[in-house]
Design a protein around this ligand. Structure first.
Ligand code: IVH
Length: 682
């Protein structure tokens, strides 16, 4: 092949372009946690590249994305935190491969039929998180490596140790072995985390996988613990391990205390495999974690060895990927939504389309940059997807359907003024969002601030929902948060669908909110970027509104988690006379605008154990049981008396009660020794 014909050949050009595109997509997915292609697009492009490489073997390149797995290794310049810490990169004992995959059930059937006829196939769920490799030496967990580039990974053991279902030590297991599995952020945790990030105006995670990946690369294990990761293990490796089949190995692992999925099934023929796929295709929607397919593995380890490996994948396994839930539909119009903090979100108004059980007519277009990058305009046919998120999103447009000629397509420009109040929009440098600056005069911002103020984690005023706020706002009874404390029973009872009874309930809630502690009042004020945790930290240093009001920029920046931007926002808040008037009225109403004696003495030091239910059993060397109880609560955990499937772990001392031990074994609840526990809370 001479040089000239090579340049001429469009397929060769395509091959090169695909390599470049997939390399970039890998980087964005694994390192930046900001996927640009949907899984399906990625897989389709990868298959096309494989096809082209088979056609042009002279273009073989060991560095091609078809020959290696994407890398999640964080270059040290990116991971270094303020203290300069970073993760240690360690070579894998066995390379961490990926799996061949297919979206076609026919291909899966073919794959099974081509195997020797006596073969047993283990079917498992394909968990959609990130893979982890755990090394155990003499019963102790000594390393926890990310997949990295498949050859070497980052050791994230401190973060992994915060996952309650991962044992730090195991009894009865071989001296050296490796367990592999998937780290996940359960749906519930993912949604709570995103909600919190939204409140704190931090960028949202696109899906639980990205959230889990971002979490595992944090430098603060306490924050990792607070987020509540989970893990499922699905692969054991090592020399001279006991069992002869994959299934038996997993069952032994289960006995040693590893979290192994109950959904694993040994299938004897292709029909059983297809039945498993059909069952989980719908049933997976009820699981607490994300799955994106089914993994089929040859059960017998000797047969696995015979089948062997390609450069990137084992030949003894394959993944069936569930079809992505997406639809192509017409983009009729783009409208704009104004959030509590004034952020303008472009919304796609669609020709209604059926998507995983519901009809979708609206989807987010994220921000102006997204629209420009994809060159999306009304009249285009766009892909709408319901990932993990509650809100459907546009993921791309159909290039192949002929668009009206460029001239006929509507010119697109992002609005310059707020669609709700008409104020001129501003865009803060470095941010993707446009914002309406008219904080106290823009209706959705006013209502949003009131909704935030009454929300559960803030003042927790039950019964005052979005609709009621809207009604009261329209009647001029509720124009800011201070107006809440001037509401009368008859104002509320006069509203449609609200009677005397609900009015009294709401008023009781308003009354009770006067006891809400200072740190939560501070959070409730809705100062930009002052989230729940930051508010707590600020309230501890500035223990009343009067001292906070006069805080200088430097003093504020000295507080953990408070940067120059947050300091600016706090100062701006107190410089606005309207806010001072509101605060005065809140003071008159009797809200807690200073740290109470009780709060001053409270020991709540961290959130390291947030969301965890912990049982204490046995006697201890370093502290008394009561002290441990206090520590659990001080770090945000809950001390419970009896073991149930909701128990996160047991803080186990000497002579642990036999009943509790038995129950823990039955339910697979891990035990933690007091040293482990103390390390967890540092
Ligand atoms: S087995 C050599 N089993 O899928 C085979 N992988 O696309 C090792 N995954 O990197 C993998 N659930 O992160 C296996 N039940 C399961 C899985 C699973 C999810 C992930 C894993 C792997 C990726 C391959």
């Amino acid at each position: 092949m001479d040089l000239f014909s090579e340049i001429e050949n469009p397929e060769r050009e395509e091959l090169r372009a695909l390599r470049k595109e997939l390399e970039e997509a890998n980087y964005k997915y694994y390192v930046l946690n900001m996927p640009t292609l949907s899984d399906r697009e990625f897989d389709e492009k990868m298959h096309r590249l494989q096809e082209l490489e088979a056609l042009y073997p002279d273009m073989f390149d060991p560095k091609s994305p078809t020959q290696h797995v994407g890398s999640d290794l964080v270059e040290s310049r990116k991971t270094k935190d303020k203290s300069g810490k970073t993760f240690e990169t360690v070579k894998h004992k066995y390379p961490m491969l990926s799996l061949a995959n297919s979206y076609s059930r026919e291909e899966i059937e073919d794959w099974v039929r081509k195997l020797p006829s006596d073969v047993e196939i283990v079917c498992e769920l394909k968990y959609d998180g990130l893979s982890i490799s755990l090394w155990y030496e003499n019963g102790q967990l000594v390393r926890a490596l990310t997949r990295g580039d498949g050859q070497q990974g980052d050791d994230v053991i401190a973060n992994i140790k915060t996952i309650p279902s991962i044992p730090w030590q195991v009894a009865g297991a071989p001296a050296h072995f490796e367990m592999r599995g998937e780290v996940l952020l359960p749906w519930e945790r993912f949604e709570a985390l995103n909600k919190e990030r939204e409140e704190q105006e931090e960028p949202l995670f696109a899906n639980p996988r990205n959230a889990a990946s971002g979490t595992l690369k944090l430098q603060d294990p306490r924050e990792v613990a607070r987020r509540g990761l989970e893990a499922y293990l699905y692969y054991m490796l090592g020399e001279n391990l006991p069992a002869k089949t994959h299934y038996d190995r997993l069952m032994s692992a289960k006995q040693w205390g590893f979290h192994i999925s109950d959904a694993i099934k040994v299938c004897k023929n292709v029909d059983e495999v297809m039945e498993y796929i059909a069952y989980w295709d719908t049933e997976r929607k009820n699981l607490p974690v994300a799955t994106d397919g089914i993994v089929l593995k040859v059960n017998n380890l000797a047969q696995q060895e015979e089948l062997g490996y390609t450069a990137k994948t084992p030949r003894w396994a394959i993944a069936y990927k569930f079809p992505a839930e997406r639809q192509l539909t017409l983009l009729k119009e783009i409208t704009y939504q104004v959030g509590r903090t004034g952020v303008i979100t472009p919304v796609a108004n669609l020709e209604p389309v059926q998507l995983s059980g519901t009809i979708v007519q609206r989807a987010t277009l994220h921000n102006e940059d997204f629209i420009r990058q994809l060159d999306i305009r009304p009249g285009d046919r766009v892909w709408v997807e319901k990932g993990g998120e509650i809100i459907p999103k546009i993921t791309g447009k159909e290039e192949s359907t002929p668009n009206p000629s460029l001239k006929e397509r509507e010119d697109y420009s992002f609005p310059t003024h707020c669609p709700e109040c008409g104020a001129e929009l501003v865009r803060v440098e470095g941010e993707a969002a446009w914002r309406c600056p008219n904080e106290s005069g823009c209706p959705p911002q006013i209502k949003g601030k009131i909704e935030h103020f009454v929300s559960r984690k803030a003042m927790n005023i039950d019964g005052l929902g979005e609709e009621t706020i809207d009604l009261l706002y329209k009647q001029g009874l509720l124009k800011n948060i201070a107006d809440i404390y001037s509401l009368r029973t008859e104002d509320i009872a006069a509203q449609e669908r609200l009677g005397e009874k609900s009015a009294q309930n709401i008023l009781a809630g308003i009354e009770a909110s006067k006891q809400v502690p200072w740190s939560r009042v501070l959070f409730a004020l809705g100062i930009r970027m002052v989230g729940e945790t930051t508010a707590k930290k600020i309230a501890r240093v500035f223990n009343s509104i009067d001292t906070l009001q006069w805080a200088t920029h430097d003093e504020l920046c000295a507080i953990e988690d408070v940067g120059p931007q947050i300091a600016d926002n706090i100062i701006a808040y107190f410089n606005d006379i309207r806010n001072l008037e509101i605060l005065e009225r809140l003071r008159e109403a009797g809200l807690q605008l200073a740290l109470s004696e009780e709060e001053k003495n409270s020991q709540s030091i961290s959130n390291a154990l947030q969301g965890l239910s912990i049982v204490i059993s046995g006697t201890f060397e370093h502290h008394s049981r009561d002290e441990y109880k206090g520590m659990i609560e001080a770090h945000g955990g809950k001390n419970v008396g009896s073991v149930s499937k909701k128990t996160s772990f047991i803080l186990a001392g000497e002579n642990m009660g036999p009943e509790k031990r038995k129950k823990a074994e039955e339910l697979g609840i891990p035990l933690k020794a007091e040293e482990e526990f103390l390390e967890m809370i540092q």
